[in-house]
Design a protein around this ligand. Structure first.
Ligand SMILES: Nc1ncnc2c1ncn2[C@@H]1O[C@H](COP(=O)(O)OP(=O)(O)OP(=O)(O)O)[C@@H](O)[C@H]1O
Length: 253
């Protein structure tokens, strides 16, 4: 288990680019979903409200590696979607990098994501027809980078994640751990401050998952890394674990 004394976290925080406000701030955030259900008896639509997140407050700084834990249905993915700017709260305040996300249009949130956030999904979502390098370069197309610059940056990132000898391989020619590394390199392409990972080691064997966690630990020196996981061994590698139950934050330590 990684021993993260408060001083280690403080040391990491002071190493990173100091910011007057936390990178992510949730204040009394609630997210409710409304499900429609046709009532046969009343011949009209009944609705059911699910409170997926209930009055959650937290702050995350650059230089932190934060775990999100909780049983299935406790609200982990809902929280990740909110801090990724993919969704907005029903109530409460949510700011990312000092920007109040609740006031942004969908287009403005997309821009914020492109500039600030890298997302790593459990199932990688790599394009099978493209090489590792071309997959990593995709976010840079949106940025309008030239092909030559995109290739250079993608090559550098693949080298950073230890895949310099797999640059022209297609996803089908890579192991699960290597594909996850390509997904991480792609998430880093736009130099985001915040990396968000949903069950990143769920499908990997212990050794490969461990090397992905090593990489996250290294990246958390100058990024904030938020990782949802069911795996207590993976959570033990983080600086702090936020635990959810029935949408409520029950521990943050
Ligand atoms: N789009 C949606 N519409 C309606 N209800 C939803 C929606 N998304 C999530 N929920 C509900 O909100 C609650 C929290 O779901 P969430 O996916 O955030 O949990 P989770 O902790 O990520 O679960 P898991 O570990 O199984 O992925 C659940 O009761 C779920 O059924």
């Amino acid at each position: 288990m990684k021993t993260n004394t408060p001083s280690r976290v403080a040391e990491k925080r002071s190493d990173s680019t100091a910011s007057p406000q936390p990178l992510v701030s949730c204040q009394n955030v609630t997210r409710q979903y409304t499900r429609g259900k046709k009532s046969v008896l009343r011949q009209r639509k009944a609705t059911q409200t699910v409170t997926a997140l209930d009055d959650v407050s937290l702050a995350i700084d650059r230089g932190e590696f934060v775990g999100i834990a909780g049983p299935s249905g406790s609200g982990k993915s809902t929280l990740l979607h909110l801090v990724a700017g993919l969704d907005t709260p029903t109530r409460g305040l949510l700011s990312i990098d000092g920007t109040d996300v609740t006031t942004l249009s969908a287009k403005q949130r997309t821009r914020l994501r492109l500039e600030t956030i890298g997302i790593i999904f459990q199932h990688f979502y790599l394009l099978s027809a493209l090489s590792a390098r071309a997959n990593v370069a995709i976010p840079l197309v949106e940025r309008g980078w030239s092909k030559r610059k995109r290739r250079e940056r993608a090559t550098t990132l693949l080298t950073t994640v230890g895949l310099d000898d797999r640059i022209t391989h297609k996803p089908s020619e890579l192991s699960g751990g290597e594909q996850q590394r390509v997904a991480i390199a792609r998430a880093l392409a736009t130099e985001p401050d915040l990396l968000i990972a949903d069950e990143p080691t769920g499908e990997l064997d212990t050794a490969t998952g461990g090397s992905i966690l090593d990489l996250f630990e290294e990246l958390s020196t100058d990024h904030a890394v938020i990782m949802a996981s069911h795996d207590e061994r993976a959570l033990a590698r983080t600086d702090r674990v936020i635990r959810l139950q029935d949408g409520k934050l029950i521990a943050d330590a």
